[in-house]
Design a protein around this ligand. Structure first.
Ligand SMILES: [Zn+2]
Length: 318
């Protein structure tokens, strides 16, 4: 190799290390699920900051002064919308009024796709990421917003989105095939709060949340005795806790069923409104959904298939 080529390579390496950490399109996202999609589509061209981390409940999240500063410094602000982040609405409104590009990503979905929130008339259920096919449409909307914010890199965003959506398609089939193996009479998913209605519709399982759509009030709290009746009568073997919601009502169900001679176990922890720890498989949207599908399937007596890129060695890292 000639000296000039070596000098050129050394120069490139210097340039690479000189690029600041906040390079490219600066995106602020609320939930990890929204942030992960933006990061997958953005690749090297975008830096994504997520406000609601592991175990954080977006229904209850109140923005801190530092969050507001981050939002005001961003090129693009992505939030779920459909009233998921009820306590952040004011901040988003103010940012939009000041000319900031602020997008409620779930609100691209057509009305026919949205499910109602029985507790709040006129407000759709915001948990749309639980249906992978619906989330693929949201990914398209996020791509459009990123192109709007950064037209120079639009082709790269579109190419990344295409690759990512192919993976999401595999994930969708994985979850569907897993749940399909659960015996019909056991296809009942009892969880801490009503985050799984889209999941239930997409993957054909009846869903019962002990708390309502939002964790904000206890008004939607289902009759615990009525739920115990269902567990006992249908011989449901397992109920599930959620990483971002208190398990106290789920525990009450287990005790209630035990008092009537029916053993119900905790089928595992599901990731509903927040992803897992960063750096783990569950710390990604794909990983959290694969984990949910696997956990529910196994606890209710189904069989989980092995699928490349979802739960094989490369995907799980162990
Ligand atoms: Zn929720």
């Amino acid at each position: 190799m000639s000296a000039s080529v070596l000098r050129f390579i050394a120069c490139l390496m210097l340039l690479a290390t000189a690029v600041p950490a906040m390079a490219g399109l600066k995106i602020v996202a609320t939930t990890g699920m929204v942030g992960d999609v933006a990061a997958q589509i953005g690749g090297e061209h975008a830096t994504v900051t997520t406000l609601c981390g592991e175990g954080v409940d977006p229904h209850l999240y109140t923005p801190r002064a530092s969050d507001v500063r981050r939002i005001m410094a961003a090129d693009l602000v992505l939030y779920n919308g459909l009233m998921l982040e009820g306590r952040m609405d004011e901040v988003f409104k103010r940012a939009a009024e000041q000319g900031k590009l602020v997008r409620p990503v779930a609100e691209v979905l057509k009305k026919e796709i949205l499910l109602a929130d029985p507790e709040h008339e006129g407000h759709p259920d915001p948990h749309v990421w639980m249906d992978v096919r619906a989330w693929m449409q949201v990914a398209d909307g996020i791509t459009k917003s990123m192109c709007e914010a950064d037209p120079a890199n639009c082709a790269a965003y579109q190419a990344n989105a295409k690759v990512y959506k192919r993976k999401l398609d595999v994930l969708d089939n994985f979850v569907r095939n897993s749940l399909r193996s659960v015996p019909r009479n056991r296809r009942v998913l009892v969880t801490a709060h009503d985050a799984f209605s889209y999941f239930g519709r997409a993957y054909n399982i009846e869903v019962i949340g002990v708390q309502g759509i939002s964790t904000e009030s206890e008004a939607g709290l289902a009759d615990v005795n009525g739920l115990v009746d269902i567990l006992v009568e249908q011989k449901i073997p397992a109920v599930f806790v959620e990483s971002s919601v208190s398990d106290k009502y789920v525990r009450a169900l287990i005790e209630g069923a035990a008092a009537r001679g029916h053993t119900v176990t905790v089928g595992g922890e599901l990731f509903s409104d927040a992803m897992g720890k960063p750096g783990t498989r569950e710390g990604t949207y794909m990983g959290m959904m694969a984990h949910n599908g696997e956990t529910i399937t196994k606890a209710l007596g189904g069989i989980v298939p092995f699928v490349a890129g979802v739960n094989d060695h490369d995907a799980t890292g162990h």
